[in-house]
Write a protein that binds this ligand. Sequence first.
Ligand SMILES: [Zn+2]
Ligand SMILES: [Zn+2]
Length: 260
Amino acid sequence: MLIDSHCHIAGPEFVQDLEDVVDRARTAGLAGALVILAADDEPELKQAASVSARWDQVRFSIGIHPHAAGTFAPDPDEASRRVERAFEGQPLARAVGEIGLDYHYDFAPRDVQQLVFRSQIRLARRLRRPIVIHTREAEDDTFHILQEERAWDVGGVFHCFTGDREMAKRALDIGFYLSLAGIVTFSRAHELKEVARMAPIDRLLIETDSPFLAPVPHRGTRNEPAHVARVAEVVAELRGTTPEAIAAATGENFTRLFTP
Ligand SMILES: [Zn+2]
Ligand SMILES: [Zn+2]
């Protein structure tokens, strides 16, 4: 049961050929996907209906990305109200995200990113839904906030995990899952390959983050859910098992977190 646990196929990059993208995903053996929707992106929220009409096994995660947090500087809680409204309009919504902190790009002031992140964790707790975390160069603040907001009550996943073994342990210790993306296929990703080897199999997910981050040998092209098969292959190689076993385990983890 191969599943792409994080992709943005309701975005503008896929409007033209969504049907083909879904066909290729099915042909590659995918049983489903978690499609991320930005709560402040009306066209994407609307396009979600076309996605689920073509692929009924998808589930959605809705949030305000840290890049977009700046809009909510005057009223950070407005971010979670937007997410809540979008949730009410989307029967297949199963998680809050992606949410978090991005200090690499710093598109929004850090204090605003933090408030918007906190507000959405509180919403997730109210909705009793897991969270999908985006964190980049913000490890300590991320864990500090997860701790203060008692995020383990709902749990969730560190999407596109790129941290080291120590960070992986911190995430696992508070009950979170790690999701590996195409970066694990890059030859220079030594530390991440170590994480892929040591992480408990019942806490791993795999993803594409399409349209971003195409895995080797597709680097530089638009990524799509079918390529999650390549991530499964590489993780299987690293762990000395088969892609089928990785698909089965990560599929089971996905079901536990995000379905029915
Ligand atoms: Zn992200
Ligand atoms: Zn993403």
